[in-house]
Every structure is written in structure tokens, then in C-alpha cells.
Design a protein around this ligand. Structure first.
Ligand code: MG
Length: 198
């Protein structure tokens, strides 16, 4: 398993596929363990690196992971199969905003790590699939240090993404349904928990 994980890291480096930072996945794995998380939904599989690590935390952890890029989806499938996790990880090839989750199960953890410009939309859609004490974790809220910094941004594209992440952060802060904590871990993580209704 360890060697396999290292191979995936190497593959991601050489092909320039973004994978989650060590510190961030460690944070999430710890949460899964401490809170007895069983069902996980991941938006944005890439090559399956984080799905495989999350699923590896305990025997009864199951992951549904959604990827819209065909070559990444194929690579993810291959990796899931290769490490014998095809019974634990369900890889879905579709745009997360179009996916129709047929099983209607509730997830203890929803991990958002796909197109950064769509974060608010993912949140608004998938919050309905959250178990009562479930949480939504979002990755890359610092976006390589660009968010919340005074660094001048030349590229229009990049500026667009950074603006959208900043809007998402505001959306989380002002959200009346969820309480969100922000963590300076890896590339910036948030943990959103549904407020207790009284
Ligand atoms: Mg990420």
C-alpha cells in the first residue's frame, strides 16, 4: 500500500495532476477515524489518491467519488482496482452538478475538491445528502497562497478563480445553516457543520 501511494504521488508530480497535500489528507483521515465516519462523498476524484487514502482508514469506510475528466476518471478506476478497493470505492464519471445520486444514502463526510469556481454550487447541491451530524470539508481555500493575499494576479483566469473562492469563503461565513471553521492546513481547509436547530 505504501509503495502504491508513493507511485501515485510520483505519477501526479510527473503529469501535473493536483493531488491533496499530505498535511490535509492526514487531517481528514484523522477526522474519519475519530468520528467513525462510514460513508464519504468526494467531489473531484482526480487520480483517486485521496479517495484511496480515506477508504483505507477503516474496513467499513465507503467512498463515492465523482470525476468529470475522462482520463482522470480512467486513471482513478485503474488505481482503485489496483489496490483492491473496488468494493469500497465507487467511481462515478460525471459532472458533479449533473450527477443524480440514485442511492440517496446520507454521507457522514462530503469532501469538495473539484472545480474551484463551482464550490458554492457543489455546497448548495450536496448539503442535502449530508447525514445529521455530517460535515462538509472543502480543500484549496488558499489556492496556492493567492486567496486573501495582496499578491498581484496577472492572469485573468487565475483572478477569476481566486474571486470565486473568496466569494465561497464569504458564503460560508455568512451561512445561516452551517457553522464553518477554517484551518490553515495544507492549501487551506474548511470544515462546515450543520447548526443545531433549536
Ligand atoms: Mg485539492
Amino acid at each position: 500500500m505504501k509503495q502504491f501511494i508513493e507511485e501515485m504521488e510520483e505519477y501526479a508530480r510527473s503529469k501535473n495532476v493536483p493531488i491533496i497535500e499530505k498535511e490535509s489528507i492526514t487531517f481528514i483521515m484523522k477526522y474519519i477515524k475519530l468520528n467513525n465516519v462510514k460513508n464519504i462523498l468526494e467531489i473531484g476524484s482526480a487520480i483517486g489518491y485521496s479517495a484511496i487514502l480515506m477508504a483505507s482508514v477503516a474496513e467499513d469506510v465507503k467512498v463515492t467519488t465523482i470525476e468529470k475528466d475522462e482520463s482522470r476518471y480512467m486513471e482513478c478506476l485503474k488505481n482503485v482496482k489496483k489496490c483492491g478497493m473496488d468494493k469500497k470505492i465507487n467511481v462515478v464519471y460525471q459532472d458533479a452538478l449533473e450527477v443524480n445520486l440514485m442511492d440517496q444514502i446520507e454521507y457522514d463526510l462530503i469532501f469538495i475538491d473539484a472545480a474551484k469556481g463551482q464550490y458554492t454550487k457543489y455546497f448548495e447541491k450536496f448539503k442535502y445528502f449530508l447525514a445529521p451530524k455530517g460535515i462538509i470539508i472543502t480543500d484549496n481555500l488558499k489556492f496556492h497562497g493567492y486567496v486573501g493575499s495582496k499578491k498581484p494576479i496577472e492572469s485573468k483566469n487565475l483572478r477569476g478563480i481566486v474571486n470565486k473562492i473568496e466569494k465561497y469563503i464569504m458564503f460560508l461565513k455568512e451561512n445561516e445553516e452551517f457553522d464553518t471553521k477554517f484551518y490553515d492546513v495544507g492549501d487551506g481547509l474548511s470544515v462546515s457543520v450543520k447548526k443545531e436547530t433549536r
